[in-house]
Design a protein around this ligand. Structure first.
Ligand SMILES: [Zn+2]
Ligand SMILES: [Zn+2]
Length: 277
């Protein structure tokens, strides 16, 4: 299973020379296994990925964690959605009062976007996910709701040998009772348990969390504690704050490695990174 990062910035695309190393595009990750192509989230990073996939690809599966704009803003610029030759499957959670299709129509409609969902040359096949288990090609997928404002899921993807877990937006302190001491009461625990690779929300530093309770994100330290609790092998910090420069991310990582005692391998996720599992 190959995991390639096309965007790992949180909340807002923020390109610039001071962010070239980790990248400015918002959430988008490509999973390839044999002929199967899965795309996690449709942030601004999906635009470049769409250019690579082109108009002739047979089938593409886009798995959305939630409908916040930083995870959907690239969909309208994803070229395969303009080709009837590609079969595009779109997965994601419904809201409490709206179906997934109704939620997608809010983005694909004026004034946010000029082309309506029904007017796309490709008519994507919509699948709602809840607490679901299903297969795509030889990959098995599990989804569960995680703690984040509005309906949000995380994904656990396995090829039978290795496990990749993706929880880009997740507020651990709010989604846990007595975190990090009661795993079974911690949002996302079953998704990440024993994963070989985890991409997890690490938008904040410790001091920033106090003013931002309920905003839906976690700190670097909380992400590390979560990875340790779940016996994860490797953690890549994901959903970088849009204000954070490369230098700041490097120095945060250096500090964490110097002060936190953990068995989990940690690194900053970077746009363009490729992992083989
Ligand atoms: Zn986000
Ligand atoms: Zn979000």
């Amino acid at each position: 299973m190959k995991v390639e990062v096309w965007g790992c910035r949180g909340s807002l695309p923020s390109p610039g020379p001071e962010k070239n190393k980790y990248g400015g595009n918002t959430s988008c990750v490509e999973i390839s296994e044999g002929d199967t192509t899965i795309i996690l989230d449709g942030g601004s990073g999906i635009q470049r990925l769409g250019e690579k996939i082109g108009f002739e690809h047979k089938e593409v599966h886009i798995l959305l964690t939630h409908l916040h704009i930083d995870h959907t803003m690239g969909l309208g610029f994803f070229l395969p959605l303009y080709s009837p030759k590609v079969t595009v499957h779109l997965y994601g959670p419904a809201g409490s009062t709206q179906t997934l299709t109704e939620r997608l129509r809010r983005y694909f409609s004026p004034p946010l976007f000029p082309v309506r969902l029904s007017e796309l040359p490709n008519h994507p096949i919509i699948h709602e996910v809840h607490k679901s288990e299903f297969n795509i090609g030889s990959l098995s997928i599990s989804t569960q709701y995680v703690c984040h404002p509005s309906a949000t899921v995380g994904y656990r993807i396995s090829n039978g040998e290795k496990v990749f877990c993706y929880i880009p937006d997740h507020e651990l302190q709010v989604g846990a009772c007595n975190f990090p001491n009661e795993p079974e009461w911690t949002s996302g625990y079953n998704l990440a348990l024993n994963a070989d690779l985890l991409f997890h929300d690490a938008q904040y530093q410790n001091a920033e969390c106090c003013d931002r309770i309920g905003w839906g994100h976690s700190s670097f330290k909380e992400a590390m504690q979560f990875a340790e609790m779940c016996n994860v092998k490797k953690l890549a910090f994901f959903h970088h704050d849009p204000h954070r420069t490369d230098d700041q991310l490097e120095s945060i990582l250096g500090e964490l490695k110097g002060t936190e005692n953990t068995n989990v391998e940690t690194e900053m996720c970077a746009e363009g990174s490729v992992y083989q599992l």
